[in-house]
Design a protein around this ligand. Structure first.
Ligand code: AHM
Ligand code: MG
Length: 334
């Protein structure tokens, strides 16, 4: 019989190699896994249990919340707030930082998450995901906002769970990227995609083309070239995909390469993109870089940005290194 490595076993063995490891991180990750298994079950049940559709509320970004946005946020918070590993949390769905209730012990990590990314896909039965990022914190204190505003390069761990035809967790602790598939029968994530790497070159791009007239010239130039393919300046023809679910998009890039972009939108006076640095751009940038890809705003490396606000947005260009570098080059040329 093939010996399957579970996510817990994999992390325990990986952490054992590191000096001064207490086991707190492994336990924290188990809490995240527990929450994601519950979310996977809910997403899978869908309208059988009446969780689809909109709630009567908006989140801090003024976006209409889906029922599942709220339910999955509560699942994450309830799984993580009592076990003593966290000093605090932040969620895409909640305005302020989330403190640990006073009756529970506090730990040395912060967890930031988007409990259900791509939730506009949920009612049409397409892929959605959970994205998370773990940071270190001063131990035993209630954290302040400033404690959360760390550069992405400081992340201890980042991961996402893709609720697709299979439920998959993709994870990095800064030692490469590994993918695990949820075995629904035994309720365990099993290592199925060790050492995921992104090819340097690609001929596939992902962008919401309906925003084309609002892009800056460097992005227009790049996409125009892709569309022209061999009839233009490129040596190859390009293919396009847009799932409108960043988790699915990044997973595709981790398996067969590609470029994903959510660039500046000129309609927005602050010229930010759509995606949020703390819950989407940073964790995905950590994973992509660990898999050998690149991630930039077009002007700077995502992981080097010092965030100024919890819900700050950034333009995101990520994926196969040579293509991302080409796009960054176009930004430099102006
Ligand atoms: P969300 O956090 O509100 O779900 O928004 C993020 C999602 C990403 O997963 C996806 O890449 C993007 O929004 C899709 O945007 P659009 O609706 O413009 O296609
Ligand atoms: Mg999101």
């Amino acid at each position: 019989m093939t010996k399957h490595v579970t996510l817990t076993q994999f992390i325990i063995e990986q952490q054992r190699e590191l000096p001064g490891v207490s086991g707190a991180f492994t336990s924290l990750l188990n809490d995240v896994v527990t929450a994601c298994k519950k979310i996977s079950h809910l997403v899978n049940q869908g309208n059988l249990i009446g969780v689809l559709g909109s709630a009567d509320s908006e989140n801090v970004q003024g976006e209409v919340q889906k029922k599942l946005d709220i339910i999955t946020n509560d699942i994450m918070v309830d799984a993580l707030n009592w076990t003593g590993h966290l000093a605090g949390m932040a969620s895409e769905e909640i305005d302020d930082i989330i403190l640990i209730p006073p009756q529970y012990p506090k730990g040395k990590y912060l967890a930031l998450f988007d409990p259900l990314d791509g939730s506009s896909n949920i009612d049409v039965n397409l892929a959605v995901g959970t994205i998370f990022s773990i940071l270190r914190c001063r131990e035993g204190v209630d954290p302040a906002l400033e404690d959360f505003l760390q550069k992405g390069a400081e992340q201890v761990c980042a991961g996402f769970v893709l609720y697709g035809p299979s439920t998959m967790m993709v994870l990095t602790t800064g030692q490469g990227v590994n993918g695990f598939t949820l075995d629904q029968d035994i309720g365990e994530f099993i290592l199925t995609h060790p050492n995921m790497t992104i090819p340097n070159d690609t001929s596939e791009f992902a962008i919401n083309m309906s925003n084309q007239r609002f892009w800056e010239p460097p992005v227009k130039r790049y996409i125009d070239e892709c569309l022209q393919g061999k009839d233009g300046l490129r040596e190859k023809d390009f293919n396009m995909r847009w799932v409108a679910s960043m988790v699915a998009e990044v997973y595709r890039i981790l398996t067969r390469g590609g470029v994903f972009m959510y660039p500046y939108d000129l309609r927005d006076p602050s010229r930010a993109g759509k995606l949020r640095i703390m819950y989407e751009a940073n964790p995905m940038a950590f994973i992509i870089e660990q898999a050998g890809g690149a991630c930039s705003t077009g002007r700077e490396r995502i992981l080097d940005i010092k965030p100024k606000a919890l819900h700050q947005r950034v333009p995101v260009i990520l994926g196969s290194k040579n293509e991302v570098e080409r796009i960054v080059g176009y930004h430099q040329e102006g």
